[in-house]
Structure formats: structure tokens, C-alpha cells
Ligand binder design. Sequence first.
Ligand SMILES: Cc1ncc(COP(=O)(O)O)c(C=O)c1O
Length: 460
Amino acid sequence: MAELKPPVEPFRIKVVEPIRPVPRKEREALLRQSGYNVFSLPAEKVTIDLLTDSGTSAMSDDQWAGLMKGDESYAGCKNFYHLEKSVQTIFGFTHVIPTHQGRAAERILFGALVKKGDCVPNNIHFDTTRANVEFLEAQAVNLAPPAAYDPDGAHPFKGDMDVAKLKKFIEAKGVKKIPLVMMTVTNNSGGGQPVSLKNIKAVSQVCAHHEIPFFLDACRFAENAYFIKKRENGYAKKSVLEIAQEMFSYADGATMSGKKDALVNIGGFVTFDDDGLAEKVKNLLIISEGFTTYGGLAGRDLEAMARGLNEALDEDYLEHRIAQVAYLGGLLDQAGIPVFKPFGGHAVYVLADRFLPHIPRAQYPGWALTVALYREFGIRAVEIGGVMFGQKTGKGKKEVYPELEMVRLAIPRRVYTASHLQAVAEALIELHKNRDKVRGLRIVRESPFLRHFTARLEEI
Ligand SMILES: Cc1ncc(COP(=O)(O)O)c(C=O)c1O
């Protein structure tokens, strides 16, 4: 087996934040206090935090310098115009409406378009898009092809939507019930897998034919564009910016969590061309987020996002980012840890039901793995499985589990070095050797929406 080379970080470290180890006994007590939910742990008590790549990026010296250029005027601050220009250049839409983060963009867009009884198709909805659709008493529908749920196949674009399923779905439901179609790039809930330009174009044509607006959930648009450059025929010589521009050229708009590919700790926006829709969305924005030129953000946050959007398209940065994920994934794969392949853009996804075959789905093996990782090694990861996406349906309210039971090891942008990733791989390999000791859990308290954030559990 070829030895995996650690990717060389394309940056020097100018500011450091200490990591303090926490004794196992304390971690055990913290787990009990938190109801065995790693979302409830104090971050200071985590050694390596792979809970999410969202809002956890290290900003560049240029972004930090930009914070000092924050114009905190209530209306029309110069940073808004900078952000508007960056978004218009990359995304190509006229209206740029800032929000405090991605889910706020979803909420105001859906608030303007979706009504009770509607359906919103997506390749696979992320938890917040699903919750925002369901909150409006509409149905969030996943239309990914079988390849998306096959963690072993070599398909280069497992994030694609199943176009035949989409056509059938539109015919069955009727255009009037479908206020928009969304597509998540890359597909976070499906292993961080990219979507091909061919597929974006095909979905766009179906939507255009039926006059249904087509929006991209664009949090990780730069990572998706990089995969297109590397994997799709005809794009090797195009810049990532050109590819991103082409992706958006087939859509009617996009929602964006800047906390991912805008390399900021807070921020988001929604962008599109439709003037009528802009009026409705801006009304909702003003009620809950803020005035149209700041949308719940400080001027300095807008500036950091304007700069970060361009940095995320830097191809040296992207090469390292994708290589980091492949490095961690490769170390695990070589050691026989079951992982979703090929590796995606922002995280390695461990197949928890294969890692812990003795724990039934009803006892949440993914969740159990996140608890064990923290207890034994102080590493925090997130379950993307039965607790996050389990749904109680039918008369007996029997729980139905998602196809994949995974634990996501999300890699924050520009934060951890190759030796951190090596330590994570060693921890998982050690845990795998002692997997029989890991126990399943039951939920003792949960909320009706996004239960994983606040649920309390106990070990069985
Ligand atoms: C695909 C996807 N869409 C939407 C969101 C929501 O963004 P935010 O956390 O900024 O509200 C996320 C966040 O993780 C995401 O991964």
C-alpha cells in the first residue's frame, strides 16, 4: 500500500489558539451532563473539533484587515456594495440580500415562495432546508439517484439529482404544487459529494420547461466547482471561477451560508434576478433580519464575506482543502475503517452502522460513535443518521431511518494541520479495535424540529 503523503499547508500560521487536553474522567462527566449530546459540550473541552466546517474557518490576514474597514452605517454601508459586487461577479444575479446565515436565507426565500401543502424537491435536503420547508407545512422531497446512497461505488458525481425521478415527480404532483426546485452543491447530507455541471444543466432544463424556479443551495459552491474541474470532461482548463459562473448561469438563484465557502464565521445571503420576488423577500428580511443592506450582519462581517468569497476560489487553497479530506479519508480507508467513497469536499463520512455492526439502527450507531470518539479521545464529530434524519410516521409512529447512518468528520477551513488529521485517524483506528465496547443509546427528550441539536439521550 502506498504511503499517504500529508498535504503541505499553503499558509503560515500567524495567530494561534491553544488546545488544552481534558482528562477522560472529566469528558465522561461532561457527556453525562450534556445528555450524551456533543452539541451541548463546551467547545473548550474539545481537543479536536470536527463537529462542523460551518463558521469555523480561520480568516486570512486580508479578511482581518477588512474588519477594520467595517462601515457601521445603518443603511448603504460601503461593505454591502463590496459584497454585492463580489456576489454579482461570481453568482451573476442582480439582487443580493444579506442574511445572518444560510438558514435565514432559506427561511425568507421559502417564506416568500412556499405554502402549506407544497413540495420542494432537492438532491438531498440538508437539515435546515428540510426544517424550513416542513415548518411551512410543506414537504421536503429528496430525489437523489441510487448512486448517492452507495458508499462504495466509484461514481465521480454522487451528488447529482435523478433527472428521471424529478420529471416523474413533477408530472405526479403538478407544477402548481412545486414552488421551486433546490439542489445542494456539494451534497452535504449525501457524503459531501459534488454535483456535475451536466446534471445542473439537465435539472435546469426540466425546471425551465415547467417554469419552476431552480435554486442552488450554494454553501460549498467553490469546492463543487473544483471537483468539476478535476472530474468532469472538458473543464480541466477552465478556472474554478469560470466553472462557478457556469454553475450559477443555469440557476434562477441561490441561497448561501457564508460560513462555508465564504470563509467567514458568520454571514449568508440569498441572490436571484426576479424583482417581484425581491420585494417579498426584502419585506421578510426587514421584519426579522434587518435592513436590506446589512441583513443582520455588521458592516465588518459583510466585508469579511466579500473578501472570503474570492479567497475560496483560490486554486492553491482548494487543492489543499480537498487533499486534506482525501488524506484523512485515505488513512482511515487504508486501516479498514468503513468510509463513504469517493471522498467529498469538506468532510470524511464514516459508515457508522458498519463500524458498529452490533448496535441496531434503533439504538443510533452513528450517535454512539460520536459519544465514544469524545469519551475516548476528546474528538467531536457529528452524526448524520437516525437521530438527525429519523422520522416518525404512520399510526404507530414507527421511526423510519435514513438510508445512510454516518458520522461526519468535518474539517474546518485553514484550521487544522496534517498532524491533527493524523491524530484523528489514529483515534478512530484505535476505537475500531475496541468497537465491541461501544454502547447504543435511546432518546429521552427531543424537540419536534432539528431534534439532534438539543436532544438528550442515555446509554443502553
Ligand atoms: C448544505 C447546507 N445548507 C444550508 C446550511 C445552513 O447554513 P447555516 O448553518 O449558515 O444556517 C448548511 C449548514 O451547515 C448546509 O450544510
